[in-house]
Design a protein around this ligand. Structure first.
Ligand code: AMP
Length: 273
């Protein structure tokens, strides 16, 4: 596995690449969710590039940028054992200039739900993903459905900016008890982790309601809020795949999203129906 730490060097390294390239951008503290993206990229491409970059521009002031879990050596080992060909570990100063050119997330889709909890967050996400895609120039790039709004906005960016990359959505990987894997789960103590299970329970209950034929969004959201109580709920929402709020579940075109804060840790999850 080749480790590269500057954008210039990586561009040079991949300049004459004629094989298909699969790219998996991450912020590190890798877990099985990240590995699912890597393994999918390996299945579908000849060369796999993973980036680990804790992108400062997608964190708001007062968020967890400074305490975000770092596991550099374990991450390298996971990448190596997963068959990654190139690991890209850039520094913020090499990714950004002083007088920064950046992208703006759409005014509505970028500022509802996660974008309302974290105003400006998606500007940072789109800017860094654009930069990374330009550096790697992959055939396909892999993103988790767990971050559904991020995935939606990146797909929209690629379409609206006429970019030449295929965005691949990968299913959420969960613990046996249903908790979606997340680097931020490391912040949870035993009691908080137990409380966090309500998220998966609420989504399972929502699915069961839909299977029973209850399609009314208000009824489903109400039920989920009851299950999540007394956790601090940032939002529970039902949207279509274009991220427009809907009043009735449309099978095959619906995402039910939830974000709660457990002991100061923001946890998000969703289910695609
Ligand atoms: P992050 O390191 O949190 O920025 O995540 C990097 C990529 O991994 C993003 O595309 C995430 O959506 C994806 N990801 C994170 N957690 C999971 C999970 N539990 N299952 C599948 N993909 C995930």
């Amino acid at each position: 596995m080749k480790i590269i730490s500057t954008p210039f060097e990586l561009k040079e390294y991949l300049k004459n690449e004629t094989q298909t390239v699969g790219f998996v951008p991450t912020m590190g503290a890798l877990h099985e969710g990240h590995r699912a993206l890597i393994l999918r990229a390996k299945e579908e491409n000849e060369v796999v590039v993973v980036s680990i970059f804790l992108n400062p521009t997608q964190f708001l002031k007062g968020e967890d940028l400074d305490k975000y879990p770092k596991k550099d050596e374990a991450d390298k080992l996971i990448c190596k054992l997963s068959g990654v060909d190139v690991l890209f570990l850039p520094q913020a100063e090499d990714m950004y200039g002083n007088d920064e050119v950046s992208l703006l997330a759409p005014k509505v889709r970028g500022y509802i739900l996660e974008g309302e909890s974290r105003p400006g967050h998606f500007n940072g996400v789109l800017t860094v993903v654009m930069k990374l895609l330009n550096i790697v120039n992959p055939t396909r790039a892999y993103f988790g459905k767990k971050d559904a709004q991020q995935l939606n906005l990146i797909t929209l960016m690629v379409k609206q900016l006429f970019m030449n990359v295929i965005i691949v959505a990968v299913d959420t990987v969960r613990e046996k008890d249903g908790l979606a894997l997340s680097s931020r789960n490391a912040y949870l103590n035993a009691q908080e982790r137990q409380e966090a299970l309500k998220i998966a329970t609420s989504l399972r209950s929502a699915t069961a309601m839909v299977m029973r034929g209850v399609l009314d969004a208000n009824a489903i959201v109400e039920n989920m809020r009851e299950i999540l109580s007394p956790l601090q709920i940032s939002y529970v929402a039902i949207v279509n795949r274009e991220f427009v709020q809907i009043s009735r579940v449309e099978l095959g075109n619906t995402i039910i999203l939830v974000e709660v804060v457990v002991g100061g840790t923001r946890l998000l999850d969703n289910i695609w129906l």
